[in-house]
Design a protein around this ligand. Structure first.
Ligand code: A3P
Length: 263
């Protein structure tokens, strides 16, 4: 039976050489045996690198015209299931992904590349990876861990920053994550490696590159709709994109969409 309240914050532990919390390992067998489909698109990131932003863009690109009601009726975390999550108060990510009837399925993961279920490689799925600079990434992660009750206790900033530099974060070291995914891209042509900062600098250009990778050719009007719809303020004010419907987060502490590029 699903619970309605989360237990106390989980501890970090070493899992096959990577720091993890049990919310992402409890369902391990089903994660590893997950059956990807050839047209699945995996959105892979280190936490807080812009996952929701790219998820939202992909959802708009694929379903913005055929199913526009998705944007106002289904939270982004249901449209784009979080593969390895098993939060007890929600169905596990593998189950949500299995139930998706839309095509392509958009699936989110924070797994280090060595943990990605092998069927994604066997099916030669497209992967969109997003990296963000370490400084903004860790600041965002700190605020997130304060407001997300399913994350380990963050402690104060100094302690958190030290832990980040030691690589003792959920999903392991930032450096290993971004570099190992970069290495994988050298042998797997279907990885599109993006940078959060490039999207801030020129979203039109990044959208063109993304569409070219996906084999999509939206009209100029359609691209403008995606670009405009995924702007920070629009997403921040959209309950279906800003996670305000997710009970594992305490918005009294901090919003999910905090500052973005506004420093
Ligand atoms: P900040 O905490 O710095 O504000 P993720 O989705 O991987 O958890 O990443 C969340 C971070 O991406 C947050 O950063 C959030 O504000 C930022 N973000 C989400 N949508 C964005 C957008 N449309 N434009 C710029 N930043 C965005």
């Amino acid at each position: 039976m699903e619970k309605t309240e989360l237990p106390p914050r989980p501890p970090l532990f070493d899992f096959q050489g990577v720091s993890m919390s049990h919310y992402f390992t409890d369902n391990w067998e089903k994660i590893q045996n997950f059956q990807a489909r050839p047209d699945d698109i995996l959105i892979a990131t280190y936490p807080k690198a812009g996952t929701t932003w790219v998820s939202y863009i992909l959802d708009l690109l694929y379903f913005g015209q055929t199913a526009p009601e998705r944007q106002t009726s289904i939270p982004i975390y249901e449209r784009v299931p979080f593969l390895e999550s098993d939060f007890e108060i929600h169905p596990p990510g593998t189950e949500l992904a299995d139930k998706l009837t839309t095509s392509p399925r958009l699936i989110k993961t924070h797994l280090p590349v060595q943990f990605v279920p092998k069927s994604f490689w066997e099916q030669n799925c497209r992967v969109v990876y997003v990296a963000r600079n370490a400084k903004d990434n860790v600041v965002s992660y700190f605020h997130f861990d304060n407001m997300n009750l399913a994350q380990p206790e963050p402690g104060d900033w100094n302690h958190f920053l030290q832990r980040f530099m030691d690589g003792k974060m959920v999903f392991g070291p930032w450096y290993d994550h971004v570099t190992n995914w970069w290495e994988k891209k050298q042998t797997h042509s279907k990885i599109h490696y993006m940078f959060y900062e490039d999207m801030i600098e020129d979203m039109g250009r990044e959208l063109d590159r993304l569409c070219s990778f996906l084999g999509l050719s939206p009209s100029a009007e359609e691209k403008e709709r995606v670009r405009g719809g995924s702007q920070f303020d629009n997403m921040k004010n959209n309950k279906m994109a800003n996670y305000s419907t997710d009970s594992v987060m305490d918005f009294k502490i901090s919003p999910f969409m905090r500052k973005g590029w506004l420093r």
